[in-house]
Write a protein that binds this ligand. Structure first.
Ligand SMILES: Cc1cc2nc3c(=O)[nH]c(=O)nc-3n(C[C@H](O)[C@H](O)[C@H](O)COP(=O)(O)O)c2cc1C
Length: 186
């Protein structure tokens, strides 16, 4: 039996990531997001129009989507609970270190297990109801060597916090290492 859930929003476990990009002054900027999907070579993310990232996204040439292990939740929360609009030293306070993407003009987070390198598709950025929906073109993937075997990416090893939330509360869920072959149930 289904009953009504009274909630203004519902997020059924989206992977949490930090977007890394350059600020106007060339310094490394970070913003945590979860609202997203990827399909083929596009990556789509939703962000509040008032955020620093939303204000920068049409001007920057590239950005990296950094998937960090759950051990980095302190940095993930700082990048998601402090705005670059209000705190110039937001990035420094995360304790993270950075490298440079060779594919797009953006910094990447050294501690990330998996990085998606993107360029914004500026003609596909839509704002409504105070939210900016941003389409990005995926230019490359970078992966920690420990997640690779001779065959390629090793399924079941990636450890990324998942964001589950409704109007009442917000929690992180952790991934398990269990995998089952897709297509084996039909
Ligand atoms: C786990 C987590 C997930 C988040 N997901 C989103 C999201 O999908 N979209 C969004 O607009 N803000 C999201 N936020 C909030 C932003 O990170 C927050 O508004 C932040 O201050 C934006 O930084 P900026 O203004 O420096 O860009 C999330 C925060 C956390 C901690």
């Amino acid at each position: 039996m289904k009953v009504k859930l009274k909630s203004k929003k519902f997020y059924p476990c989206y992977p949490v990531f930090i977007v890394s990009y350059y600020g106007e002054d060339g310094s490394v900027k970070l913003s945590t997001l979860s609202s997203s999907y990827s399909l083929g070579d596009t990556f789509v993310m939703g962000m509040h129009a008032g955020s620093y990232l939303a204000q920068r996204i049409e001007t920057i040439k590239g950005y990296c989507i950094n998937f960090l292990p759950t051990a980095y939740l302190h940095a993930i929360e700082r990048a998601g609970m402090v705005s670059n609009n209000r705190k110039a030293d937001k990035t420094e306070g995360t304790g993270l270190t950075f490298g440079k993407s060779l594919t797009v003009n953006a910094p990447l987070i050294n501690g990330a297990s998996f990085v998606i390198e993107c360029e914004p598709i500026t003609e596909r950025i839509v704002t409504f109801d105070g939210v900016k929906h941003v389409f990005g073109r995926i230019k490359g993937y970078l992966c920690e060597e420990s997640l690779l075997t001779d065959n390629g990416f090793e399924y079941g090893k990636l450890d990324v916090p998942l964001f589950e939330a409704d109007s009442r509360g917000r929690v992180y869920r952790r991934m398990t290492t269990d995998t089952e072959q897709a297509g084996s149930f039909f």
